[in-house]
Design a protein around this ligand. Structure first.
Ligand code: P1T
Length: 384
């Protein structure tokens, strides 16, 4: 079956006892057992829950994976993958990545003697240069947060294979609708389901998908042990959001394409980062490994914090807020918000300056979005 059919039906058959067409929310924390060791597949909701199971089945299907574990946040999903590491292991990560991922990596470096090397993800050769016999994981974000850099998943997967390292792809920006890293050779896909997968800014969640039964087993052990599981209601809301992922992504990227084209020649805009622009350095690669360019656009204004602040305060349709991937448009200031955990010199060296603005383009009418940006840019420019 094709993508949207699976998004609507996978893991969500009619309820066997009542015939309810829509999956019930199972809030029960516990499940009555028939006798010692005999029960209907569920014992206790930290370990497993039917509504969570439906979400996990659907997400595994959409990533073309065998297994999925859902978590209470994207960060909890990331923590579960880091539980595969032991002291002395080495991890290579893309240097453009979510500030919270950087924060937890640095925590692991300090506390657990795990070494991290950050590389520019633009060129697979950078991964080949950094890889050692101690490298256990290679962690990529593609498109990356916030500068939308693209990593060649298949090329990096081949390097990982040669060195027995696991390739982990954070697929949050693309969503499984536009990119499926397992098919390109990654062993693990993670998501902040808070973003496009849920799509309505009303749930925080995460997920890990894999085809490897050993990894699945360890993640399941960790999920039950650490207990950062999503509530049944959050799983249900996420499944509801997921049904429209395909049509939302089409609209997100159509609006993003128009906005990137509007920003590109604007006199107060220095650079625009959007993989759909023909002059994006990895436009051709994005075209090859993705089926669309997504809804995230970032840009540098010809100004700094003061001008950026005027821009944000002038917005009427875009909300000035963290997060991304929902139906409403959001504008964010990475230097102080999503990427504040990265020290200033490192952040600026990686291209996130006081003039960097990130847009999560929603599904509103594009004319209203462009008018909003035009007005806010004008206000910021006058002040410059
Ligand atoms: O916020 P949470 O659901 O815990 O997910 C963490 C996370 C993981 N990976 C990527 C690529 C992310 O962007 C995030 C969260 N990002 C934001 C909150 C943000 O505004 O960028």
């Amino acid at each position: 079956m094709k993508f949207t059919t699976r998004a609507i039906h996978a893991g969500q058959e009619a309820d066997q006892t009542t015939g309810a067409t829509i999956l019930p929310i199972h809030p029960s924390s516990t499940f009555t057992q028939e006798e010692i060791g005999k029960f209907k597949g569920y014992e206790y909701s930290r370990t497993g829950n039917p509504t969570r199971k439906a979400l996990e089945t659907c997400l595994a299907s959409l990533e073309n994976g065998k297994y999925c574990r859902a978590f209470a946040s994207g960060m909890a999903a990331i923590s579960s993958v880091l539980s595969l590491l032991v002291p002395g292991d080495h991890v290579i990560a893309t240097e453009d990545l979510y500030g919270g991922s950087y924060r937890i990596f640095e925590w692991y470096r300090g506390r657990y003697k795990i070494n991290f090397t950050y590389v520019n993800g633009n060129d697979p050769e950078n991964f080949a240069q950094a890889i050692t016999s101690a490298t256990k994981l290679v962690w990529i974000e593609t498109p990356s947060n916030p500068l939308t850099q693209i990593v060649d998943i298949a090329a990096v997967a081949a390097i990982c294979r040669d060195h027995s390292a696991l390739l982990v792809a954070d697929n949050t920006f693309a969503s499984p609708y536009l990119q499926q890293p397992l098919a390109l050779g990654a062993q693990i896909v993670i998501h902040s389901t808070t973003k496009y997968i849920n799509g309505h800014s009303d749930v925080v969640g995460g997920a890990v998908i894999t085809n490897d039964s050993e990894i699945q087993k360890t993640l399941g052990y960790y999920q039950n042990m650490a207990g950062a599981v999503p509530s049944p209601f959050d799983c249900w809301l996420t499944l509801r959001g997921l049904k429209t992922l395909g049509i939302r992504m089409e609209r997100h990227q159509e609006n993003a394409r128009r906005i990137a084209s509007f920003l590109r020649p604007h006199p107060f805009v220095e650079t625009v980062h959007y993989p759909g622009l023909p002059d994006h350095p990895q436009h051709d690669l994005a075209k090859r490994q993705m089926s669309g360019f997504g809804g995230m656009v970032s840009f540098q204004i010809r100004g700094g914090r003061e001008e950026a602040n005027i821009f944000f305060k002038s917005l009427q349709v875009f909300s000035f807020a963290e997060s991304l991937g929902a139906v409403e448009s959001l504008a964010c200031y990475p230097a102080v918000m999503t990427h504040a955990a990265i020290p200033k010199e490192k952040r600026e060296a990686r291209g996130i300056t006081d003039g960097t603005i990130r847009l999560s383009v929603g599904i509103e009418d594009w004319e209203d979005l462009i008018n909003d940006l035009a007005t806010a840019l004008k206000s910021a420019q006058i002040n410059n």
